[in-house]
Design a protein around this ligand. Structure first.
Ligand SMILES: Cc1cc2nc3c(=O)[nH]c(=O)nc-3n(C[C@H](O)[C@H](O)[C@H](O)COP(=O)(O)OP(=O)(O)OC[C@H]3O[C@@H](n4cnc5c(N)ncnc54)[C@H](O)[C@@H]3O)c2cc1C
Length: 438
């Protein structure tokens, strides 16, 4: 079997294939090095959650919602078992997550709606609970601690360490990892690289946002960039002032999607979405993006003004993938042997483990709880996954949505008149509704 892509999706797939079927010959073909993509450069939130998971609990699936919830909540315990078994170091700390309203009143409404939506899926207070202003302030001294959702189902990791550790673990298990080996063409069972070609009865595409080369998959997942910064290490006194004493990760409810963590070496790492390049070209080098990184810093300071004098020592970015379906997938075409997984919408650190386990059960034809989950499809990709609109509509749609969300953020944060904030809120809901109509 051949896996294209050495990020978490490819590495976890190789890991479970080799664990469940040790005699199976597995190789990974990676264009650069394992962890080069989003897996080596993300914000390090490992969540027991799937973006868009409401689709799996409700209409599209007649199965048991409790089973879906439990399968999703099993992500962190499963990862913990593998980290211990394989002795993988990745600064893993399960300190939970804070989804805060930290700057303006609309955030409070959004977070309350989000919590109600989670409860409507059957999650309860043990999974997600409301923190009032004092409780939030005790955990993190944000600019305006209005309130927050707290969940214990998030861990902090150092992303590249996990990718490198998994690459070493699968090599120990007998997986052949070919780095600097981009797949440049694929036809039937044949995969072509600049150094030669190979045949594989099962081919797994695990490239997430790097899909512009792969004809049939290309328009199913939209490559979007996110940017991230890290401060210099902060002193114990500074952390005393800031909080996050239990290693919680945090986000500040915003149309521009923010995420932060306290790293093991005591930096504040903080990121925000996003950009899209015409025709879905991925991007891995972000030198020259000074203004965009300053914007990320401005957002960080708006949440945590105490960091005004603290130096930002690192800034980078990466490409993630947003599926047209709105939720992640594990797809196997049993006739052609083509498989793919991904579509995490920027939440793939934990989800890739679950989707890889699901895909492996499909490939090995195991009649398991996982292979019956609603994100699994035994179909050709063309029937399993909807497509984004052709260019230039994709590009225009992304630009329009980003502009409205940016105006909404600026209006709410800047205290614009209520009518303006409401109008932009309606426009943003309308655009999100258009995107979610499938
Ligand atoms: C800045 C940033 C912050 C993020 N923060 C978080 C977070 O905090 N929490 C979270 O859950 N998610 C986060 N994400 C998303 C998460 O990182 C991804 O969902 C996840 O890493 C996807 O893993 P993957 O293996 O599917 O894809 P990738 O890690 O992107 O791996 C794809 C691999 O395929 C290789 N490849 C590409 N083309 C070819 C080819 N032709 N032949 C062979 N190999 C090829 C690439 O080199 C790459 O290594 C973030 C993403 C970014 C960019």
């Amino acid at each position: 079997m051949a896996i294209i892509g050495g990020g978490y999706s490819g590495l976890w797939t190789a890991y479970y294939l080799k664990t469940l079927a040790p005699d199976c010959a597995v190789c990974i073909l990676e264009a650069e090095h394992c962890g080069f993509g989003a897996s080596g450069r993300n914000g390090g939130w490992m969540m027991a959650a799937l973006q868009g998971e409401q689709r799996f609990h409700h209409d599209q699936w007649g199965g048991d919602g409790a089973e879906v919830r439990q399968t999703i909540l099993d992500i962190l315990p499963e990862v913990e078992r593998v980290l211990a078994r394989e002795r993988l170091e990745c600064d893993y700390q399960r300190g939970g997550g804070l989804f805060a309203a930290a700057r303006y009143p609309e955030q409070l409404e959004w977070q309350r709606q989000h919590l109600a939506a989670l409860y409507s899926l059957g999650y309860d207070e043990a999974d997600y609970r409301w923190l009032d202003s004092a409780e939030l302030g005790a955990r993190l001294r944000v600019a305006q601690p209005l309130g927050a959702i707290y969940t214990p189902h998030v861990a902090r990791i150092q992303p590249a360490m996990l990718a490198f550790g998994l690459a070493a673990a699968v090599s120990r298990l007998g997986v052949t990892v070919y780095e600097q080996t981009p797949v440049v063409a694929s036809s039937g069972e044949t995969l072509t690289t600049p150094g030669g070609s190979m045949k594989a009865p099962v081919r797994v595409l695990a490239v997430e946002g790097f899909n512009s080369r792969f004809g049939d998959y290309r328009r199913r997942v939209l490559p979007v960039q996110s940017r991230i910064i890290a401060t210099e290490p902060l002193t114990a006194g500074q952390w005393q002032e800031l909080g996050l004493a239990s290693g919680e990760v945090f986000s500040d409810a915003s149309p521009v999607v923010t995420y932060g963590q306290r790293s093991a070496d005591n930096r504040l790492v903080f990121g925000a979405r996003g950009a899209y390049r015409f025709a879905g070209r991925p991007r891995s080098c972000f030198t020259g993006d000074r203004e965009a990184f300053l914007e990320v810093r401005r957002l960080l300071l708006a949440c945590l003004p105490q960091l005004q004098e603290v130096a930002v020592t690192h800034a980078w970015g990466g490409t993630l993938g947003i599926p047209r379906s709105g939720s992640p997938h594990a797809v196997l075409d049993p006739v052609s042997g083509f498989a793919c997984l991904g579509g995490y919408s920027g939440e793939g650190v934990g989800a890739s483990n679950l989707l890889a386990r699901s895909l492996v059960d499909l490939i090995l034809n195991r009649n398991s709880r996982l292979s019956r989950m609603p994100w699994c499809r035994r179909l050709p990709v063309s029937r399993a996954l909807p497509r984004w609109e052709p260019e230039p509509l994709r590009w225009l749609g992304f630009r329009a949505t980003s502009a409205v969300l940016g105006w909404q953020e600026a209006a709410c944060a800047g205290g614009a008149p209520l009518w303006r904030r409401r109008l932009l809120g309606l426009a943003a809901d309308r655009l999100n509704g258009l995107r979610d109509r499938d």
